[in-house]
Design a protein around this ligand. Structure first.
Ligand SMILES: Nc1ncnc2c1ncn2[C@@H]1O[C@H](COP(=O)(O)OP(=O)(O)O)[C@@H](O)[C@H]1O
Ligand SMILES: [Mg+2]
Length: 273
């Protein structure tokens, strides 16, 4: 390749990156107050579309508040938040995002399939035109590994299976942003490992942007492309760590020195918070 050609390529690259990379969430100097208490202060972040971010930080530092800010559940007292180029309210009305919480919050009298269908039914009843996943609710249950359990009631499913239903339900309106607040926090370790692998597959298959709050440093490193560390009182960005590990994650990755170096670095950052 000629020197001129190399120079041309080098010259083109920034423009191409700018054109191809859209922003899922942009926070500019955003603060959240509850009365006189400042829960989050001066948060500035740009989350690219299709990225997987995990969020760590001491208890009470504002992790859940950040997801609530992004999803229009609490307003910014200062600064600005844009989701896919829209206000948070416009993004909420367009169903650009969906939530998964620690508790699956399924309706106990509806089957797994009927729970997944619920957001579509609610949308139809309201006469709203809502986006739909390319996959139908049965296919989404298959995607989360629940083929054959469509008719089971929530009490007939394990905690991990109920969380899988909640993930399928979150995907049914084809969100471009998935907000997950310690979704696997109450599960045993093996179930959690399994769901971590499955979530990485779902992310790669759907291309959805994910913001995932966790208490677990290994989980944050295993899942994330970027780890956002928040510090407390008031909640601020402590650091953003790029996780440069292979895209295909397997449980054995956790035994590698690279993985443990990331964990060590984050543990140290957390101690400083
Ligand atoms: N609705 C609310 N009213 C008053 N204070 C709140 C409210 N929600 C959260 N907080 C406070 O804001 C801080 C951050 O809370 P939260 O985002 O839940 O923390 P985290 O999820 O990191 O544990 C905590 O001190 C919490 O007590
Ligand atoms: Mg929380």
């Amino acid at each position: 390749m000629s020197v001129q050609h190399l120079a041309d390529v080098a010259d083109m690259r920034p423009h191409q990156d700018l054109a191809s990379r859209s922003v899922a969430a942009c926070l500019s100097g955003a603060s959240v107050k509850f009365g006189r208490f400042t829960a989050l202060e001066n948060i500035s972040l740009e989350i690219g579309e299709g990225e997987f971010w995990t969020i760590l930080g001491p208890s009470g530092c504002g992790k859940s508040t950040m997801l609530r800010l992004v999803s229009d559940l609490v307003p910014a007292a200062k600064g600005n938040v844009e989701i896919l180029g829209k206000t948070t309210e416009a993004a909420r009305l367009a169903r650009e995002f969906a939530f998964v919480f620690q508790d699956a919050t399924l309706l106990p009298w509806r089957s797994a399939l009927q729970n997944v269908e619920l957001p579509l039914e609610i949308g139809r009843k309201r006469g709203a035109k809502i986006p739909r996943s390319d996959k139908d609710p049965r296919e989404l249950l298959d995607l989360v590994g629940l083929k054959g359990r469509e008719d089971a009631l929530p009490h007939e499913l394990s905690g991990g299976m109920r969380q899988r239903v909640a993930i399928a339900r979150a995907l049914v309106c084809k969100p471009r942003l998935l907000l997950m607040d310690e979704p696997f926090g109450a599960l045993d370790e093996m179930t959690r490992d399994h769901l971590n692998l499955q979530l990485r597959d779902i992310w790669q298959e759907t291309g959805v942007t994910i913001l995932f709050v966790t208490h677990s440093i290994p989980e944050a490193v295993f899942l994330g492309q970027k780890v956002l560390m928040l510090r407390a009182n008031p909640g601020r960005v402590k650091d953003v760590i790029n996780v440069d590990l292979p895209a295909k994650r397997e449980i054995a990755l956790r035994e590698t020195p690279e993985f443990n170096r990331y964990c060590g670095r984050l543990r140290q950052l957390l101690e400083e918070c």
